[in-house]
Design a binder for this molecule. Structure first.
Ligand SMILES: O=C(O)CCC(=O)C1=CC=C[C@@H](O)[C@@H]1C(=O)O
Ligand SMILES: [Mg+2]
Length: 326
């Protein structure tokens, strides 16, 4: 059932792609690409993740490259703009990279940013999108309960579509959802789903209104579809800041969901200053197409990681493979 490790190592290519703007503390995104019988796939757990956590990402990569994708019900996926923790004057140039997108997700609660910084950024995004735009924020669990309550109260005037992972724990999410219910701002869970041993726990606890699902960290398209089906909550499919090869995996997940109420966080190829293909899955007219991506040999060469980093990724692949094989 599992392809042999030598087969994986034989096709593996490691790239380091520069970002347009610093995002989640990095300026370049490293990824390992693999070619399976179904096409190219991606293994790109964040470098700080341990092998046990990376194993679900490898499972996803193997599923996408080595088995056919589930049936799809749509050919394009509406996506949101993703606004990193930039100053308000930079908001227009970020949004310009997401043509046609009516929805923006804004990073908040970042290290070194005050609530006033977050409010100014969200205000600039709301002004740019106008009243018909949809604005959501993502705190990556970095607020404590009181900070979250205060921040959601301060940001509510911008008519938020939802707040993603305001606090880290499921208990805190449940509590903040209770405390801010009167403001009518839904709570979405991301880390509580993708970094949890039990991705259903947050839904069982009634701690979220919406689930953010990412194909690689969830262990693949089928595993993510199963979370969606078992919880019955509305889902936002989002990227893991993958190359266009990994974005394709997310696009197939979004395309297979019976319902897709929200725009998806799959426009992030626009945050990359370079990609592995000359036809990246970047938003056009507010959506991305659902298709597999074949990297260009010249781009794989041009953005090849250094020999040290390539070896680091190949060793990681071999170790994580053993975890998956167990
Ligand atoms: O959801 C989006 O708009 C884009 C994806 C995105 O924001 C993220 C991708 C990868 C890691 C995360 O820090 C971040 C997130 O938390 O959702
Ligand atoms: Mg998130």
């Amino acid at each position: 059932m599992l392809p042999h490790l030598d087969e994986l190592l034989g096709t593996a290519r490691v790239v380091s792609l520069p970002l347009v703007t610093r995002f989640r503390g990095i300026d370049s995104r490293e990824a390992l690409l693999l070619r399976g019988p179904e096409g190219w796939s991606e293994f790109s757990p964040f470098v700080e993740y341990d092998d046990a956590e990376a194993a679900t990402w490898l499972w996803a990569a193997l599923e996408f490259g080595w088995s056919p994708t589930p049936p799809t019900v749509r050919e394009r996926i509406p996506v949101n703009a993703t606004v990193p923790a930039v100053t308000p004057d930079a908001v227009a140039s970020v949004l310009a990279r997401f043509p046609g997108c009516r929805t923006a997700k804004v990073k908040v609660a970042g290290p070194g940013d005050t609530l006033a910084d977050d409010v100014a950024r969200v205000r600039a995004v709301r002004a740019a999108l106008g009243p018909a735009g949809r604005v959501r924020v993502d705190a990556n669990g970095l607020w404590n309960l009181d900070e979250a309550e205060h921040a959601i109260h301060a940001l509510a005037e911008f008519d938020l579509e939802y707040v993603e992972q305001p606090c880290m724990s499921i208990d805190e999410l449940a509590e903040i959802r209770r405390r801010t219910h009167y403001l009518g701002v839904p709570i979405a869970a991301d880390e509580s789903v993708r970094r949890s041993d039990d991705p259903l726990a947050v839904a069982r606890a009634g701690a979220a209104d919406i689930l953010v699902l990412k194909a690689q960290p969830q262990g693949g398209i089928r595993a993510a579809l199963s979370v969606s089906a078992q919880t019955g909550l509305p889902v936002v499919v989002s990227s893991a800041l993958d190359t266009s090869v990994g974005i394709a995996m997310g696009a197939y997940l979004a395309a297979a969901l019976p319902e897709l109420e929200f725009d998806c966080g799959l426009g992030t190829a626009s945050l990359l200053a370079a990609d592995v293909t000359s036809e990246p899955l970047r938003p056009a007219g507010g959506s991305i197409p659902v298709r597999r991506v074949e990297p260009d040999a010249a781009l794989l060469d041009r953005y090849a990681a250094s020999p040290q980093r390539r070896d680091w990724w190949l060793e990681r692949l071999a170790r994580v493979y053993e975890v998956v094989a167990d």
